[in-house]
Design a protein around this ligand. Structure first.
Ligand code: CTP
Ligand code: CA
Length: 219
């Protein structure tokens, strides 16, 4: 009921969001991944619908979350699959938000059989995955807004600003990994012109609301 009387600042806009933690398998049941829950991305997708977006596409790696109402969901598993789905779709979207925890590397070989423990020790060879956000930044059109998230354990601001520049983003939300276990959300929204705004909210849903309102004021 409350949501129906909220302003609809995203009316006329199509929003694409990536979320979840990609899985990079090296045998039929084992993979490397990231501890991200996917919650922020799902909250952003839900909020984009509530704020009146014409279309919301959520391209999601595995999570335990249910599809938000009103959102189109494409499920993927690996970074490569996510990359392909993003590339197929980016031209149709005005606002692109990448919140997925994408594995930077994948195992160089995937065994068809379950690997056996018949060795003293073992190593896993990894090769780089595409940087989905950076590739999107290269293709970005004049009228598209591109937003990334940065997860940092040190030099939070500087590392996030470097990513914003390197990937040709309009905004980045800087996150301090040491805040992740807290029961509130804390981050800093940084725009390409250097403006920084602190975000501190009780939930990821409220943080998503605030992030949309803050960057919409600036575009
Ligand atoms: N990202 C992506 N594709 C990748 C890696 C990251 O799209 N292969 C996106 C994430 O969704 C996030 C942003 O890039 O929006 C930053 O991710 P992060 O892991 O913090 O930075 P990286 O650029 O991967 O650098 P590093 O992990 O070395 O800090
Ligand atoms: Ca990374």
């Amino acid at each position: 009921i409350l949501y129906s009387i909220m302003p609809k600042p995203l009316k006329g806009k199509k929003v694409l969001i990536t979320a979840g933690a990609t899985r990079e398998f090296f045998d039929p049941i084992r993979y490397i991944s990231n501890a991200s829950s996917g919650q922020m991305g799902y909250s952003l997708a839900r909020m984009a619908y509530i704020l009146g977006a014409d279309e919301v596409l959520l391209i999601s790696a595995p999570t335990n979350l249910k599809k938000p109402y009103g959102v189109n969901l494409i499920n993927v598993i690996s970074a490569l699959e996510m990359y392909n789905k993003v590339m197929e779709n980016i031209n149709n979207f005005d606002i692109i938000i990448m919140n997925a925890a994408v594995a930077d590397f994948r195992p160089a070989i995937k065994s068809n059989q379950k690997l056996k423990k018949d060795k003293e020790s073992t190593t896993l060879n990894l090769e780089p995955n595409p940087d989905i956000l950076k590739e999107t930044g290269k293709l970005k059109k004049e009228n598209q807004i591109l937003i990334g998230f940065a997860a940092e354990s040190e030099n939070i601001l500087q590392n996030s600003i470097d990513k914003l520049k390197r990937k040709n983003l309009d905004f980045i939300v800087a996150n301090d990994l040491s805040n992740f276990s807290r029961d509130f959300y804390e981050g800093i929204l940084i725009s390409k012109d250097g403006k920084k705004i602190e975000i501190k909210e009780n939930s990821k849903e409220e943080a998503a609301y605030r992030i949309f309102n803050l960057f919409l004021q600036q575009i």
